[in-house]
Design a protein around this ligand. Structure first.
Ligand code: FAD
Length: 408
């Protein structure tokens, strides 16, 4: 394939697709289109090191102009794509320009679900570098912080705000927010990490209303209680960015619907990668959309391969992996704990530092997934066993052997 590949979306999935096309020796033009004007950047540090002020923006840059030039990647940054003309094979940009393509890769990711509480200032969502900058500026002011939503991003923001000395309250309508992913018992344990670090948790209760302005906000809960805040962060999930595809004729349903090769259904020249792609997972036998960094990277590599090897397409069948850093917990999750029927706990969450793993089993006693806290060795072992379809017993036994300290 020597034609032009247009990649729409210039974050990790788009940048990695463009770079992987060159690794796969694609000889034709590669055009990377991005709505944001600045250089492409990475998102995980936005709730961690960048928000804490320990990393600057230069540390999270994904692609410099020089690196793009060296790789022969044409950057079209600062103008969003407005429409995809699949019949004419053109991307229409908001400034009226058109980019013709032979293949297009959709990498427009997702956007933060907006806060439903219209307050003039002091209430933040967190998705972009500008969001993180604005939140960081507000966190420089003393005063209590309320985090609405106890998922990964909410939990990370709570940890970062707490580490910089704020009183923090986390509110979530679920009694164990991360329990959606890890099961209620482990979810509850994960919730306790907030309490151990002095965070007030209001779980099993929602937010009714937020009023006031930056520095002087009032959060009213659905049980009638009120919590004062200087700053509020609303972390209630993300929505795939597909609005610009509304008139394209592509099938869009919770993301761009793709076949197992990450090719938009009924098109052989439109592909999707990262948070925006909902593809037919060959091993799971269902359409899935994944909002994790490693997925974006691996899917980009797969699509670049498929674009350059049309005779030998590879189905995309990743082993899901996500990490999250909260307080002194480095959390790593592999596989599909949510699909498990039972689990086994190994290690000691109360130890200093805490170190434990949870091995999840599916209905056939196969290893379904694993969670490791401050224990990368256990995670790596389970990841390897998942790839070969091992039993959960085998995984648990192996992880138990890792508990025994090795003699130096
Ligand atoms: C604060 C934060 C912390 C995170 N931490 C972790 C973590 O610890 N571990 C983990 O596994 N994952 C983490 N994630 C998730 C991970 O960052 C995402 O899965 C990843 O960024 C997805 O990459 P993407 O390129 O598919 O989409 P996005 O990162 O959403 O990027 C999409 C890009 O497309 C651009 N775009 C959108 N519409 C258009 C348009 N019409 N035209 C042109 N460009 C457009 C956007 O401006 C953006 O640059 C985190 C996410 C956030 C927000």
């Amino acid at each position: 394939m020597t034609g032009t590949v247009a990649v729409v979306g210039s974050s990790v999935a788009g940048v990695r697709t463009a770079q992987a096309l060159r690794t796969e020796e694609h000889g034709g033009p590669v055009v990377l289109i991005g709505a944001e004007a600045g250089l492409p950047y990475d998102k995980p540090p936005l709730s961690k090191q960048f928000l804490a002020g320990t990393w600057g923006a230069d540390r999270i840059t994904l692609l410099t102009e020089a690196a793009a030039r060296a790789a022969g990647i044409e950057l079209r940054l600062g103008v969003p794509a407005q429409h995809l003309d699949v019949a004419g094979r053109e991307v229409l940009l908001a400034d009226g320009h058109r980019v013709s393509y032979d293949h297009v890769v959709i990498a427009t990711g997702s956007a933060a679900r907006p806060s439903p509480w219209p307050v003039a200032s002091g209430v933040h969502v967190l998705r972009t570098l500008d969001d993180s900058r604005a939140l960081r500026a507000d966190l420089e002011r003393p005063g209590p912080v309320v985090v609405v939503g106890g998922g990964f991003i909410g939990a990370e923001v709570a940890a970062t705000a707490r580490a910089s000395g704020h009183a923090v309250t986390v509110v979530d309508p679920l009694p164990a927010p991360i329990g959606r992913l890890l099961g209620p018992e482990i979810g509850e344990l994960m919730g306790q990490v907030h309490q151990r670090h002095g965070v007030d948790t209001r779980l099993g209760v929602g937010v009714q209303d937020i009023t006031g302005e930056a520095g002087n906000l009032m959060v009213t809960l659905t049980d009638g209680r009120q919590v004062e805040a200087a700053t509020v962060v609303v972390g209630i999930g993300a929505i795939p960015t597909t609005g610009w595809l509304a008139e394209s004729g592509l099938l869009v349903d919770n993301g761009v619907v793709c076949d197992e090769y990450c090719r938009a259904v009924e098109r052989d020249d439109v592909w999707a990668v990262g948070d925006v792609a909902r593809w037919d997972h060959p091993r799971l036998g269902e359409a899935v959309r994944v909002e994790h960094w490693t997925n974006a990277v691996e899917q980009a590599a797969c699509v670049a391969f498929n674009l350059t090897h049309s005779g030998q397409l590879r189905g995309y069948a990743p082993t899901e992996y996500v990490w999250s850093d909260q307080y002194d917990w480095k959390i790593q999750i592999v596989g599909q704990p949510r699909a498990a029927v039972k689990h086994r706990f190994i290690g000691e969450p109360g130890a200093e530092p805490p170190r434990f793993a949870v091995v999840y089993s599916d209905g056939d006693s196969r290893l379904a997934g694993a969670l490791a806290v401050n224990w990368p060795k256990a995670l790596v072992a389970c990841r390897r066993l998942l790839a070969v379809g091992a039993s959960s017993d085998e995984a648990a036994k192996l992880v138990e052997t890792l508990l025994v300290p090795t003699v130096a």
